[in-house]
Design a protein around this ligand. Structure first.
Ligand code: SAH
Ligand code: SF4
Ligand code: F3S
Length: 444
Protein backbone atom coordinates (compact mmCIF):
# COMPACT_ATOMS: atom_id res chain seq x y z
CA UNK A 1 0.00 0.00 0.00
CA UNK A 2 1.35 3.36 -0.99
CA UNK A 3 -1.23 6.17 -0.90
CA UNK A 4 -3.87 7.19 1.63
CA UNK A 5 -6.83 9.55 1.49
CA UNK A 6 -8.58 10.77 4.64
CA UNK A 7 -11.97 12.49 4.60
CA UNK A 8 -12.87 14.21 7.86
CA UNK A 9 -16.31 15.07 9.20
CA UNK A 10 -17.35 16.77 12.44
CA UNK A 11 -15.49 18.88 14.94
CA UNK A 12 -11.93 20.15 15.30
CA UNK A 13 -11.07 17.17 17.47
CA UNK A 14 -11.66 14.99 14.42
CA UNK A 15 -9.47 17.28 12.30
CA UNK A 16 -6.74 16.88 14.91
CA UNK A 17 -7.21 13.10 15.05
CA UNK A 18 -7.07 12.83 11.24
CA UNK A 19 -3.85 14.77 11.25
CA UNK A 20 -2.40 12.30 13.75
CA UNK A 21 -3.61 9.33 11.70
CA UNK A 22 -1.81 10.84 8.69
CA UNK A 23 1.38 10.92 10.77
CA UNK A 24 0.90 7.23 11.70
CA UNK A 25 0.43 6.31 8.03
CA UNK A 26 3.42 8.37 6.91
CA UNK A 27 5.54 6.63 9.54
CA UNK A 28 4.44 3.39 7.87
CA UNK A 29 5.82 4.65 4.56
CA UNK A 30 2.59 5.88 2.94
CA UNK A 31 1.98 9.25 1.31
CA UNK A 32 -1.14 11.36 0.79
CA UNK A 33 -3.17 10.74 -2.40
CA UNK A 34 -4.46 13.73 -4.35
CA UNK A 35 -7.89 12.11 -4.77
CA UNK A 36 -9.87 9.07 -3.60
CA UNK A 37 -9.40 7.51 -7.05
CA UNK A 38 -5.62 7.41 -6.50
CA UNK A 39 -5.80 6.00 -2.97
CA UNK A 40 -4.95 2.46 -1.85
CA UNK A 41 -6.35 3.25 1.59
CA UNK A 42 -9.45 5.44 2.05
CA UNK A 43 -10.37 6.52 5.56
CA UNK A 44 -13.51 8.31 6.72
CA UNK A 45 -13.20 10.00 10.09
CA UNK A 46 -16.83 10.31 11.11
CA UNK A 47 -19.18 12.43 13.21
CA UNK A 48 -22.35 11.30 14.97
CA UNK A 49 -23.55 14.57 16.43
CA UNK A 50 -26.61 15.02 14.18
CA UNK A 51 -28.61 12.60 12.08
CA UNK A 52 -27.58 14.18 8.78
CA UNK A 53 -23.90 13.51 9.44
CA UNK A 54 -24.49 9.75 9.74
CA UNK A 55 -26.68 9.49 6.63
CA UNK A 56 -24.10 11.42 4.63
CA UNK A 57 -21.44 8.91 5.70
CA UNK A 58 -23.40 5.95 4.33
CA UNK A 59 -24.00 7.66 1.00
CA UNK A 60 -20.31 8.62 0.76
CA UNK A 61 -19.30 5.06 1.61
CA UNK A 62 -21.51 3.76 -1.20
CA UNK A 63 -19.70 6.06 -3.63
CA UNK A 64 -16.28 4.90 -2.44
CA UNK A 65 -17.34 1.29 -2.88
CA UNK A 66 -18.01 2.03 -6.57
CA UNK A 67 -14.50 3.45 -6.88
CA UNK A 68 -13.17 0.37 -5.09
CA UNK A 69 -14.87 -1.82 -7.72
CA UNK A 70 -13.57 0.29 -10.60
CA UNK A 71 -10.05 0.07 -9.21
CA UNK A 72 -10.45 -3.69 -8.70
CA UNK A 73 -11.23 -4.01 -12.44
CA UNK A 74 -7.85 -2.38 -13.04
CA UNK A 75 -6.23 -4.90 -10.70
CA UNK A 76 -5.82 -2.41 -7.82
CA UNK A 77 -6.80 -3.18 -4.25
CA UNK A 78 -8.51 -0.53 -2.09
CA UNK A 79 -8.81 -0.78 1.69
CA UNK A 80 -11.69 1.23 3.19
CA UNK A 81 -11.67 2.20 6.85
CA UNK A 82 -14.03 4.11 9.09
CA UNK A 83 -12.87 5.96 12.20
CA UNK A 84 -14.52 8.28 14.68
CA UNK A 85 -17.76 8.75 16.54
CA UNK A 86 -20.14 6.90 14.20
CA UNK A 87 -18.11 3.73 14.75
CA UNK A 88 -18.50 4.01 18.50
CA UNK A 89 -22.25 4.39 18.20
CA UNK A 90 -23.14 2.30 15.18
CA UNK A 91 -20.58 -0.45 14.72
CA UNK A 92 -23.30 -2.99 13.90
CA UNK A 93 -24.91 -0.67 11.35
CA UNK A 94 -21.58 -0.26 9.59
CA UNK A 95 -21.03 -4.00 9.41
CA UNK A 96 -24.62 -4.44 8.12
CA UNK A 97 -25.05 -1.48 5.76
CA UNK A 98 -21.49 -1.32 4.46
CA UNK A 99 -20.00 -4.79 4.57
CA UNK A 100 -17.29 -3.72 2.11
CA UNK A 101 -15.67 -1.66 4.88
CA UNK A 102 -12.42 -3.39 5.86
CA UNK A 103 -12.03 -1.96 9.35
CA UNK A 104 -13.72 0.40 11.78
CA UNK A 105 -12.04 1.92 14.82
CA UNK A 106 -13.57 4.09 17.54
CA UNK A 107 -12.08 7.53 18.35
CA UNK A 108 -9.90 6.16 21.15
CA UNK A 109 -8.36 3.16 19.41
CA UNK A 110 -6.92 4.43 16.15
CA UNK A 111 -3.39 4.08 17.45
CA UNK A 112 -3.92 0.40 16.61
CA UNK A 113 -3.98 1.23 12.88
CA UNK A 114 -0.55 -0.24 12.01
CA UNK A 115 -1.46 -3.57 13.63
CA UNK A 116 -4.91 -3.59 11.98
CA UNK A 117 -3.54 -2.78 8.54
CA UNK A 118 -1.05 -5.61 8.86
CA UNK A 119 -3.83 -7.99 9.85
CA UNK A 120 -5.85 -6.94 6.80
CA UNK A 121 -2.89 -7.53 4.58
CA UNK A 122 -2.67 -11.05 5.99
CA UNK A 123 -6.31 -12.15 5.88
CA UNK A 124 -8.17 -9.92 3.47
CA UNK A 125 -11.91 -9.91 3.16
CA UNK A 126 -12.97 -9.46 6.79
CA UNK A 127 -14.16 -6.30 8.51
CA UNK A 128 -12.25 -5.63 11.69
CA UNK A 129 -14.03 -3.57 14.32
CA UNK A 130 -12.41 -2.16 17.44
CA UNK A 131 -14.34 0.22 19.65
CA UNK A 132 -12.84 -0.48 23.06
CA UNK A 133 -12.41 2.26 25.60
CA UNK A 134 -8.83 1.43 26.53
CA UNK A 135 -7.58 1.98 30.07
CA UNK A 136 -4.51 3.82 28.79
CA UNK A 137 -4.84 7.12 27.00
CA UNK A 138 -4.56 6.98 23.23
CA UNK A 139 -2.04 9.80 23.36
CA UNK A 140 0.51 7.47 24.99
CA UNK A 141 0.61 5.33 21.87
CA UNK A 142 0.61 7.89 19.14
CA UNK A 143 3.65 9.02 17.23
CA UNK A 144 4.57 12.65 17.70
CA UNK A 145 2.40 15.29 16.20
CA UNK A 146 4.01 17.15 13.34
CA UNK A 147 3.47 20.80 12.65
CA UNK A 148 0.37 21.58 10.64
CA UNK A 149 1.73 24.95 9.56
CA UNK A 150 1.28 28.38 11.09
CA UNK A 151 -1.82 27.42 12.98
CA UNK A 152 -2.08 24.05 14.78
CA UNK A 153 -4.58 22.21 16.91
CA UNK A 154 -3.40 20.57 20.10
CA UNK A 155 -5.78 18.24 21.95
CA UNK A 156 -5.38 18.61 25.71
CA UNK A 157 -8.59 17.03 26.94
CA UNK A 158 -10.99 14.50 25.53
CA UNK A 159 -14.38 13.12 26.42
CA UNK A 160 -17.16 14.66 28.45
CA UNK A 161 -18.94 13.97 31.74
CA UNK A 162 -21.66 16.57 31.29
CA UNK A 163 -24.28 14.38 29.65
CA UNK A 164 -26.37 17.12 28.09
CA UNK A 165 -29.57 15.20 27.34
CA UNK A 166 -29.39 15.74 23.55
CA UNK A 167 -25.73 14.88 23.03
CA UNK A 168 -23.88 11.73 21.95
CA UNK A 169 -20.36 12.91 22.79
CA UNK A 170 -20.14 11.39 26.30
CA UNK A 171 -21.03 8.04 24.70
CA UNK A 172 -18.77 8.29 21.66
CA UNK A 173 -15.73 9.91 23.25
CA UNK A 174 -16.06 8.44 26.71
CA UNK A 175 -15.30 9.96 30.09
CA UNK A 176 -13.34 13.14 30.40
CA UNK A 177 -9.56 12.74 30.47
CA UNK A 178 -6.79 15.35 30.45
CA UNK A 179 -3.28 15.00 29.07
CA UNK A 180 -0.44 15.72 31.53
CA UNK A 181 0.91 19.28 31.54
CA UNK A 182 4.43 18.28 30.46
CA UNK A 183 3.14 16.26 27.50
CA UNK A 184 1.13 19.25 26.29
CA UNK A 185 4.02 21.69 26.71
CA UNK A 186 6.37 19.34 24.90
CA UNK A 187 3.97 18.95 21.98
CA UNK A 188 3.46 22.73 21.87
CA UNK A 189 7.21 23.35 21.75
CA UNK A 190 7.61 20.84 18.92
CA UNK A 191 4.84 22.52 16.96
CA UNK A 192 6.48 25.92 17.45
CA UNK A 193 9.86 24.51 16.38
CA UNK A 194 8.09 23.23 13.25
CA UNK A 195 6.83 26.72 12.38
CA UNK A 196 3.56 27.00 14.29
CA UNK A 197 2.78 30.49 15.61
CA UNK A 198 -0.80 29.88 16.73
CA UNK A 199 -2.01 26.97 18.86
CA UNK A 200 -5.66 26.15 19.38
CA UNK A 201 -6.05 23.94 22.46
CA UNK A 202 -8.81 21.42 21.91
CA UNK A 203 -11.16 19.52 24.14
CA UNK A 204 -14.87 18.66 24.14
CA UNK A 205 -14.99 20.48 27.45
CA UNK A 206 -11.60 22.15 27.34
CA UNK A 207 -11.96 24.41 30.36
CA UNK A 208 -12.53 21.44 32.65
CA UNK A 209 -8.89 20.51 31.90
CA UNK A 210 -7.22 19.03 34.97
CA UNK A 211 -3.96 17.50 33.75
CA UNK A 212 -1.24 16.43 36.15
CA UNK A 213 2.00 18.34 36.45
CA UNK A 214 5.46 16.83 37.11
CA UNK A 215 4.62 16.36 40.79
CA UNK A 216 1.35 14.61 40.10
CA UNK A 217 -0.67 17.69 41.11
CA UNK A 218 -3.76 18.47 39.01
CA UNK A 219 -3.54 21.79 37.21
CA UNK A 220 -6.18 23.92 35.51
CA UNK A 221 -6.51 25.33 32.01
CA UNK A 222 -5.51 28.73 33.42
CA UNK A 223 -2.26 27.22 34.71
CA UNK A 224 -1.60 25.61 31.33
CA UNK A 225 -2.27 28.89 29.48
CA UNK A 226 0.25 30.71 31.67
CA UNK A 227 2.84 27.98 30.96
CA UNK A 228 2.20 28.11 27.21
CA UNK A 229 2.50 31.90 27.34
CA UNK A 230 6.18 31.40 28.22
CA UNK A 231 7.00 29.59 24.96
CA UNK A 232 9.09 31.89 22.77
CA UNK A 233 7.93 31.95 19.17
CA UNK A 234 4.35 31.08 20.07
CA UNK A 235 2.36 34.19 19.24
CA UNK A 236 -1.30 33.27 19.50
CA UNK A 237 -3.24 30.98 21.79
CA UNK A 238 -6.89 29.92 21.57
CA UNK A 239 -8.89 27.24 23.31
CA UNK A 240 -12.14 25.55 22.39
CA UNK A 241 -14.84 24.43 23.39
CA UNK A 242 -15.65 25.77 26.81
CA UNK A 243 -18.50 24.89 29.10
CA UNK A 244 -20.00 27.97 30.80
CA UNK A 245 -20.30 26.45 34.29
CA UNK A 246 -16.58 25.62 34.27
CA UNK A 247 -15.36 29.16 33.51
CA UNK A 248 -13.33 29.99 36.63
CA UNK A 249 -12.18 33.42 37.86
CA UNK A 250 -8.62 32.29 37.25
CA UNK A 251 -9.44 31.60 33.59
CA UNK A 252 -11.16 34.98 33.29
CA UNK A 253 -7.98 36.65 34.62
CA UNK A 254 -5.99 34.97 31.84
CA UNK A 255 -8.00 37.04 29.37
CA UNK A 256 -6.80 40.15 31.18
CA UNK A 257 -3.16 39.10 31.60
CA UNK A 258 -2.12 36.99 28.62
CA UNK A 259 -1.67 39.08 25.50
CA UNK A 260 -1.14 35.95 23.37
CA UNK A 261 -4.65 34.79 24.22
CA UNK A 262 -6.77 35.91 21.28
CA UNK A 263 -9.76 38.19 22.05
CA UNK A 264 -12.30 35.64 20.82
CA UNK A 265 -14.09 33.05 22.89
CA UNK A 266 -16.45 30.28 21.81
CA UNK A 267 -18.81 29.74 24.72
CA UNK A 268 -21.93 27.75 23.81
CA UNK A 269 -25.18 28.59 25.62
CA UNK A 270 -27.54 26.36 23.53
CA UNK A 271 -30.75 28.10 24.71
CA UNK A 272 -31.75 31.30 26.49
CA UNK A 273 -34.60 29.62 28.39
CA UNK A 274 -33.83 28.34 31.88
CA UNK A 275 -36.54 25.67 31.62
CA UNK A 276 -34.96 24.32 28.43
CA UNK A 277 -31.43 24.57 29.84
CA UNK A 278 -32.63 22.50 32.78
CA UNK A 279 -34.22 19.90 30.50
CA UNK A 280 -30.94 19.85 28.55
CA UNK A 281 -29.13 19.11 31.85
CA UNK A 282 -26.91 22.15 31.35
CA UNK A 283 -25.40 23.26 34.66
CA UNK A 284 -26.06 26.97 34.08
CA UNK A 285 -28.93 29.41 33.69
CA UNK A 286 -29.04 32.14 31.06
CA UNK A 287 -28.46 34.70 33.84
CA UNK A 288 -25.32 32.92 34.97
CA UNK A 289 -24.12 32.78 31.39
CA UNK A 290 -24.62 36.54 30.97
CA UNK A 291 -22.78 37.16 34.25
CA UNK A 292 -19.76 35.21 32.96
CA UNK A 293 -19.83 37.23 29.74
CA UNK A 294 -19.85 40.46 31.79
CA UNK A 295 -16.92 39.31 33.92
CA UNK A 296 -14.95 38.36 30.83
CA UNK A 297 -15.69 41.73 29.25
CA UNK A 298 -14.49 43.53 32.37
CA UNK A 299 -11.28 41.49 32.20
CA UNK A 300 -10.82 42.30 28.51
CA UNK A 301 -13.20 44.83 26.89
CA UNK A 302 -12.01 43.79 23.42
CA UNK A 303 -13.32 40.21 23.73
CA UNK A 304 -15.77 38.97 21.08
CA UNK A 305 -17.99 35.95 21.70
CA UNK A 306 -19.34 33.11 19.66
CA UNK A 307 -21.80 30.40 20.65
CA UNK A 308 -23.73 27.28 19.70
CA UNK A 309 -27.53 27.18 19.72
CA UNK A 310 -30.09 24.42 19.43
CA UNK A 311 -33.66 25.31 18.41
CA UNK A 312 -36.65 23.02 18.81
CA UNK A 313 -35.41 21.03 21.79
CA UNK A 314 -38.34 18.88 23.12
CA UNK A 315 -40.83 21.13 24.94
CA UNK A 316 -39.44 24.42 23.57
CA UNK A 317 -42.32 26.90 23.41
CA UNK A 318 -42.48 30.22 21.53
CA UNK A 319 -41.74 31.95 24.85
CA UNK A 320 -38.66 29.76 25.42
CA UNK A 321 -37.43 30.55 21.93
CA UNK A 322 -37.96 34.30 22.55
CA UNK A 323 -35.58 34.01 25.51
CA UNK A 324 -32.89 32.70 23.17
CA UNK A 325 -33.38 35.70 20.89
CA UNK A 326 -33.09 38.00 23.94
CA UNK A 327 -29.70 36.51 24.84
CA UNK A 328 -28.50 37.09 21.28
CA UNK A 329 -29.54 40.76 21.51
CA UNK A 330 -27.73 41.12 24.81
CA UNK A 331 -24.42 39.47 23.88
CA UNK A 332 -24.34 40.43 20.16
CA UNK A 333 -22.27 37.38 19.20
CA UNK A 334 -19.69 38.05 16.50
CA UNK A 335 -20.07 34.48 15.17
CA UNK A 336 -22.34 31.55 15.98
CA UNK A 337 -23.37 28.04 15.04
CA UNK A 338 -27.03 27.14 15.23
CA UNK A 339 -28.77 23.83 14.69
CA UNK A 340 -32.21 22.27 14.66
CA UNK A 341 -32.50 19.77 17.48
CA UNK A 342 -31.73 16.32 16.09
CA UNK A 343 -32.97 13.22 17.90
CA UNK A 344 -30.07 10.94 18.75
CA UNK A 345 -30.92 7.32 19.63
CA UNK A 346 -29.83 6.41 23.16
CA UNK A 347 -29.87 9.98 24.51
CA UNK A 348 -32.50 10.98 27.13
CA UNK A 349 -33.97 13.81 25.00
CA UNK A 350 -34.81 11.39 22.19
CA UNK A 351 -37.63 9.90 24.29
CA UNK A 352 -38.84 13.14 25.89
CA UNK A 353 -42.47 14.09 25.26
CA UNK A 354 -43.43 17.23 23.30
CA UNK A 355 -40.96 16.80 20.46
CA UNK A 356 -41.13 19.92 18.30
CA UNK A 357 -42.46 19.70 14.75
CA UNK A 358 -39.91 19.95 11.93
CA UNK A 359 -41.78 22.93 10.43
CA UNK A 360 -41.46 24.92 13.66
CA UNK A 361 -37.80 24.00 14.07
CA UNK A 362 -37.15 25.26 10.57
CA UNK A 363 -38.97 28.56 11.20
CA UNK A 364 -37.15 29.15 14.48
CA UNK A 365 -33.77 28.38 12.96
CA UNK A 366 -34.45 30.89 10.19
CA UNK A 367 -35.44 33.63 12.66
CA UNK A 368 -32.44 32.93 14.89
CA UNK A 369 -29.98 32.80 12.02
CA UNK A 370 -31.28 36.05 10.51
CA UNK A 371 -30.51 37.73 13.82
CA UNK A 372 -27.13 36.01 14.33
CA UNK A 373 -26.01 36.73 10.76
CA UNK A 374 -27.02 40.35 11.18
CA UNK A 375 -24.77 40.79 14.24
CA UNK A 376 -21.95 38.94 12.48
CA UNK A 377 -22.25 41.25 9.45
CA UNK A 378 -22.35 44.33 11.69
CA UNK A 379 -19.23 43.20 13.53
CA UNK A 380 -17.41 42.52 10.28
CA UNK A 381 -18.45 45.94 8.95
CA UNK A 382 -17.15 47.57 12.11
CA UNK A 383 -13.72 46.14 11.22
CA UNK A 384 -13.54 48.17 7.98
CA UNK A 385 -10.82 50.83 8.11
CA UNK A 386 -9.04 49.11 11.00
CA UNK A 387 -5.62 47.48 10.78
CA UNK A 388 -5.60 43.92 12.08
CA UNK A 389 -2.94 41.29 12.63
CA UNK A 390 -3.66 38.47 10.18
CA UNK A 391 -2.18 34.98 10.23
CA UNK A 392 -2.05 33.79 6.62
CA UNK A 393 -3.05 30.12 6.43
CA UNK A 394 -3.64 29.25 2.79
CA UNK A 395 -4.08 30.27 -0.82
CA UNK A 396 -6.99 32.57 -1.65
CA UNK A 397 -9.55 32.14 -4.40
CA UNK A 398 -7.60 34.24 -6.90
CA UNK A 399 -3.97 33.94 -7.96
CA UNK A 400 -1.63 36.09 -5.88
CA UNK A 401 -4.07 36.06 -2.99
CA UNK A 402 -3.74 34.51 0.47
CA UNK A 403 -6.39 33.79 3.04
CA UNK A 404 -6.00 34.02 6.79
CA UNK A 405 -7.64 34.85 10.08
CA UNK A 406 -7.87 37.95 12.21
CA UNK A 407 -7.61 37.71 16.02
CA UNK A 408 -11.45 37.44 15.96
CA UNK A 409 -11.38 34.34 13.71
CA UNK A 410 -12.74 36.33 10.78
CA UNK A 411 -11.78 34.95 7.37
CA UNK A 412 -9.81 37.47 5.39
CA UNK A 413 -8.42 37.71 1.85
CA UNK A 414 -5.54 39.90 0.76
CA UNK A 415 -3.08 40.12 -2.13
CA UNK A 416 0.08 38.69 -0.64
CA UNK A 417 3.23 36.91 -1.65
CA UNK A 418 3.21 33.21 -0.76
CA UNK A 419 6.31 33.78 1.41
CA UNK A 420 3.87 35.30 3.90
CA UNK A 421 2.09 31.96 4.40
CA UNK A 422 2.11 30.97 8.09
CA UNK A 423 3.20 34.49 9.08
CA UNK A 424 1.39 37.21 11.00
CA UNK A 425 1.07 40.39 8.98
CA UNK A 426 -0.71 43.76 9.48
CA UNK A 427 -3.63 44.16 7.09
CA UNK A 428 -5.89 47.19 6.64
CA UNK A 429 -9.48 46.06 6.22
CA UNK A 430 -11.19 47.38 3.07
CA UNK A 431 -14.42 45.46 2.67
CA UNK A 432 -16.64 43.21 4.74
CA UNK A 433 -19.37 40.67 4.06
CA UNK A 434 -21.06 38.30 6.50
CA UNK A 435 -18.50 35.55 5.83
CA UNK A 436 -15.27 37.34 5.13
CA UNK A 437 -13.15 40.47 5.02
CA UNK A 438 -10.72 41.71 2.43
CA UNK A 439 -7.87 44.10 2.89
CA UNK A 440 -4.43 45.34 1.92
CA UNK A 441 -1.14 44.53 3.59
CA UNK A 442 0.26 47.51 5.49
CA UNK A 443 3.87 48.07 4.55
CA UNK A 444 6.05 49.47 7.31
N1 SAH B 1 -18.69 20.27 23.89
C1 SAH B 1 -19.19 21.32 23.18
C2 SAH B 1 -19.75 21.02 21.78
C3 SAH B 1 -20.21 19.68 21.43
S1 SAH B 1 -21.04 19.38 19.95
C4 SAH B 1 -20.23 22.01 24.03
O1 SAH B 1 -20.67 21.53 25.02
O2 SAH B 1 -20.60 23.10 23.71
C5 SAH B 1 -21.21 20.91 19.11
C6 SAH B 1 -22.59 21.45 19.10
O3 SAH B 1 -23.48 20.61 18.41
C7 SAH B 1 -23.21 21.63 20.46
O4 SAH B 1 -22.75 22.76 21.12
C8 SAH B 1 -24.68 21.70 20.12
O5 SAH B 1 -25.08 23.02 19.84
C9 SAH B 1 -24.79 20.87 18.87
N2 SAH B 1 -25.48 19.60 19.11
C10 SAH B 1 -25.08 18.59 19.88
N3 SAH B 1 -26.00 17.60 19.89
C11 SAH B 1 -27.02 18.01 19.11
C12 SAH B 1 -28.29 17.46 18.72
N4 SAH B 1 -28.69 16.28 19.16
N5 SAH B 1 -29.07 18.17 17.88
C13 SAH B 1 -28.67 19.39 17.43
N6 SAH B 1 -27.52 19.96 17.76
C14 SAH B 1 -26.69 19.29 18.58
FE1 SF4 C 1 -22.14 17.28 24.51
FE2 SF4 C 1 -22.86 18.77 26.55
FE3 SF4 C 1 -20.56 17.43 26.65
FE4 SF4 C 1 -20.82 19.52 25.02
S1 SF4 C 1 -20.92 19.58 27.25
S2 SF4 C 1 -19.93 17.54 24.52
S3 SF4 C 1 -22.94 19.39 24.37
S4 SF4 C 1 -22.60 16.53 26.59
FE1 F3S D 1 -18.90 14.78 15.91
FE2 F3S D 1 -17.60 13.21 17.54
FE3 F3S D 1 -16.84 15.71 17.21
S1 F3S D 1 -19.78 13.26 17.25
S2 F3S D 1 -18.73 16.76 16.79
S3 F3S D 1 -16.82 14.14 15.67
S4 F3S D 1 -16.78 14.55 19.10
Amino acid sequence: MKKYYIKTFGCQMNVYDSHRVAVILENMGMSEASSIRQADLVIFNTCHIREKATEKLFSDLGRVNLIKQERAAEGKNTVIGVLGCVVQAEDEQIAKRADFVDFALGPLTYYRLPEILQKIARKSGQTIIDTDFPAISKFDFLPENKSAGGCSFLAIQEGCNNFCTYCVVPYTRGVETSRPVEQVIEEAKKLVDGGTVEINLLGQNVNSYHGEDKNGKEQSLAYLLRKLNEINGLKRIRYTTSYPADVTDDLIECHRDIKKLMPYLHLPIQSGSDAILKAMNRRHTSGEYLEIIDKLKSANPYLGFSSDFIVGFPGESDADFEKTLEVVDKVKFIQAFSFKYSKRPGTPAAVMPNQVEEKIKKERLQILQDKLFDYQLKFNQSSVGKTMEVLFEGKGRHPGQLTGRTPYMQNIYADADKDLLNKIVSVKIGEATMNSLSGKIVRE
